[in-house]
Design a binder for this molecule. Structure first.
Ligand code: BGC
Length: 452
């Protein structure tokens, strides 16, 4: 692991010096984000569970197993959110539980989700529900998953039934999480199922995910006209490593074009741009989001390479940065809070309210997380002061959970979990985040007193 230069001199504030309180707009949403497969446990009927059984698929052979035991006990973590003073929570529903076989819907599973949503609301926590967070039911996956032309219609059927069944308890929805992370990991880099490294298949999946989003957006509004609906979009800032090097600039620009511009613009004007479309026009995609939902972790400095499968570049970090437990070679690592403000300014052009639907870091010993929280929230406050209409922030995540192909090695939780015993222990940043939520901002007092 890379050494962390901040560790020796970290008081709570790091380098954040405040002369006055940074108070957020009234009614700001303070939440945490999670996903079904990473927290529920025993999600045996999806492609990830199957993938985890393959030797070498997940680091150290880890498996999701019982995860955070949320299918049986999510309410106990909802109590912890309420005790911290949080007023929002983002979770996902597991398609393979709700529709375990094609067009067969499991009412016991729906009732369990109804109980969870009700439990959140009873605790004063507004739920936001996401319909797809990387996992596909095995029946869908085995029929070709997102590569099939029928995939958008299959997804739409699931979303429509589920939105109707949960709609009296939730009106805040995400059709899907980070579609481009799914495409990149599963079809470009081949490290997630289906472990493909094929740009043609990747573009087909990209197109189908776009169409699935458009279809789902309208399906939700058809059963709940006043719903607020979007998709959670990962935005990574890419800059050329050598600012004047044309190759580095090209590779950085290509990433932003393909990962962000093509997706965002399709949901603005309905046009699916090359190389994803011919271009094509899908009327269901035009103006298909009610708020802009951003997942932000870090920035990258791109150095050009001749490898088309790597989009002609390698993603690096600043040489003298501060890094999470991923170190210098992992994704999501460098502390770069100003990127969050930059993205808010960029997406303000869409003219929609903005929600930060994920932000966080792996930090087992919690020595960077408090500073990360303060730095990112101060940047967010700056963006709001500059006129960005930001309505809420969801920290990833409340409790350590199953980190996909990284298994249990990386700990993103405000609360530490022992997956064997299910014992939980609050990290110091849990108390800090609770204080911020209760104060609706970062106060000078919070930085000068010893907290907790
Ligand atoms: C994903 C989460 C993941 C987190 C940390 C996000 O991209 O939505 O599922 O756990 O990043 O890697």
């Amino acid at each position: 692991m890379t050494s962390k230069p901040h560790a020796q001199n970290f008081p709570r504030s790091g380098d954040l010096l405040l002369e006055q309180d940074l108070i957020f707009p009234p009614g700001f949403w303070w939440g945490t984000a999670s996903s079904a497969h990473q927290t529920e446990g025993d999600n045996t009927n999806n492609q990830w569970w199957q993938f985890e059984q393959q030797p070498g698929a997940v680091r150290q052979g880890d498996r999701s197993g019982l995860a955070c035991d949320g299918w049986r006990n999510a309410e106990q973590d909802f109590d912890r959110m309420a005790a911290l003073g949080l007023n929002a929570h983002r979770l996902s529903v597991e398609w393979s539980r709700i529709e375990p076989r094609p067009n067969e819907f499991d009412h016991t599973a729906i009732d369990r989700y109804r109980a969870m949503l009700d439990a959140l609301r009873t605790r004063g926590i507004r739920p936001m529900v996401c319909f797809h967070h990387f996992t596909d039911p095995l029946w869908f996956y085995k029929r070709g998953g997102w590569e099939q032309a029928e995939s958008p219609a299959r997804f739409q059927r699931f979303v429509s039934k589920t939105a109707a069944a949960l709609g009296d308890l939730c009106d805040w929805w995400l059709t899907m999480n980070e579609p481009l992370v799914n495409v990149a990991q599963g079809w470009f880099q081949g490290i997630w199922p289906p472990q493909s490294r094929n740009p043609v298949r990747a573009m087909r999946v990209y197109r189908h995910l776009l169409k699935a989003h458009g279809a789902a957006y309208h399906a939700i509004h058809a059963v709940q006209p006043d719903a607020e609906v979007s998709y959670a979009k990962a935005v990574r800032l890419f800059h050329g490593l050598r600012p004047n090097h044309p190759g580095d600039r090209y590779a950085a620009g290509l990433r932003r074009y393909l990962y962000e511009h093509v997706w965002f613009m399709a949901t603005v004007d309905g046009k699916i741009r090359p190389p994803v479309g011919a271009p094509d026009f899908d009327p269901l995609l035009a103006d298909s989001f009610d708020f802009t939902a951003i997942n932000y972790y870090t920035h990258y400095l791109v150095r050009c390479t001749p490898n088309p499968l790597a989009l002609f570049g390698k993603d690096l970090y600043s040489a003298d940065g501060e890094y999470s437990d991923y170190g210098r070679n992992g994704p999501y690592s460098e502390y770069y809070p100003q990127g969050l403000a930059q993205i808010c300014r960029e997406v303000s052009a869409f003219g929609k309210p903005i929600l930060i639907t994920e932000n966080g870091l792996p930090d087992r010993d919690d020595d960077l997380r408090p500073r990360w929280l303060l730095g990112h929230l101060a940047a967010l406050h700056r963006a709001i002061a500059d006129g960005c209409d930001v309505r809420g922030y969801f920290h990833w995540t409340l409790v350590d959970n199953f980190e996909w192909s990284e298994g249990w090695g990386l700990r993103f939780g405000l609360i530490e979990l022992d997956p064997e015993t299910q014992a939980r222990r609050l990290r110091p940043s849990a108390a800090l985040y609770g204080q911020i939520a209760r104060a609706n901002g970062i106060t000078v007092d919070l930085l000068t007193c010893d907290g907790a």
